[in-house]
Design a binder for this molecule. Structure first.
Ligand code: MN
Ligand code: MN
Length: 308
């Protein structure tokens, strides 16, 4: 049987990596697909590295080009976020919790639900099928749920995420809230990271009404440290815009403790887009927006509406 690659999005986050590992494992254990193999579409971030190390789980291999390969997509369904060559791959299934931007000529299994993380859906499948979860697999899914929901603080978080996380935490034997902060801290320091690394750590491309827009997000626990890097990050955003042809770039420095985002913006010269989309006034290319935590729920919809 030729291999079927279970893969998350580019610039993988913990959910994209861990949901892929857990879902590939489920496919193999249930014999639904004994050729399912988890892979990743890019370098793992420090948070994911911490999580995998913590549970002694191997880092999946990187798939550089998916052309001609069989894929199961987790945690994304937009072509712009797929591994290179995905347009020439055989996409067999999608399991996701994002908006649907997907077109395919033939029917496939497409499962998406508005929950806080893909790993919630994967874990529910384990429970439904009565597949026993070991500590490792439960642990990485728990970490992914805590990461995506920002320890249940994100508006994308649902009761189902909490319920599943509680079950997984029992298997692992940890307190979900305490473990969640530990997970988030692994990525939250900007010290020793270049502006480019900060921007790219979780960056997504969008096309809004023919405009090329990029939105990055980094979670922080120290807003002053982040503000100290503002100039540096804005400079790098300017460079990126010029080099890679972005009409607009947004960088969310999201404080998971105070629950708000310092939003850095380039390409919105008179601040009118930011004003209209977020009802916020840019000053020196940035503004602090209290309560802004989720790119998917609070940034992309108003931004798309305003720019298109
Ligand atoms: Mn993701
Ligand atoms: Mn996710």
């Amino acid at each position: 049987m030729s291999e079927v690659y279970v893969i998350g999005h580019k610039s993988p986050d913990t959910d994209s990596v861990c949901a892929a590992i857990a879902y590939a494992n489920l496919k193999r254990v249930t014999k639904e697909n004994s050729a399912a193999t988890a892979v990743r579409a890019g370098e793992i971030n420090p948070e994911t590295e911490f999580v995998l190390k913590n549970f002694g789980v191997e880092v999946p291999k990187k798939l550089d080009n998916a052309a001609g390969k069989k894929l199961i997509l987790v945690d994304h369904n937009e072509l712009g976020q797929m591994v290179d060559g995905a347009d020439k791959a055989d996409i067999m299934e999608v399991l996701d919790h994002h908006r649907i931007e997907f077109k395919l000529a033939n029917p496939i299994l497409f499962h998406t639900e508005p929950v806080g993380s893909t790993s919630t859906l994967v874990a529910e499948k384990y429970f439904e099928k009565g597949v026993k979860l070991d500590k490792k697999t439960a642990g990485i899914m728990l970490a992914a749920i805590l990461s995506d929901t920002v320890v249940f603080k994100s508006p994308t978080s649902t009761d189902r995420d909490k319920k599943v996380a509680d079950k997984l935490a029992q298997i692992v034997g940890v307190d979900p809230l305490k473990f969640g902060i530990e997970v988030k801290k692994a990525k939250a320091s900007l010290a020793g990271k270049s502006a480019r690394d900060i921007i790219q750590s979780d960056f997504k491309d969008y096309k809004f009404g023919g405009k090329k827009v990029g939105v990055g997000q980094v979670e922080i626990v120290d807003i002053e440290e982040a503000r100290g890097r503002k100039k540096d990050i804005l400079g790098e955003m300017e460079k990126m815009s010029n080099k890679e042809g972005y009409d607009m770039l947004f960088m969310m420095l999201t404080d998971i403790i105070q629950e708000g985002t310092e939003l850095l913006v380039t390409g919105d010269k008179d601040g009118s887009v930011t004003k209209k989309a977020f009802n916020a006034q840019l000053k020196d290319n940035s503004v602090y927006i209290k309560g802004m935590m989720s790119r998917k729920k609070q940034v992309i919809p108003p931004l798309e509406k305003t720019v298109s």
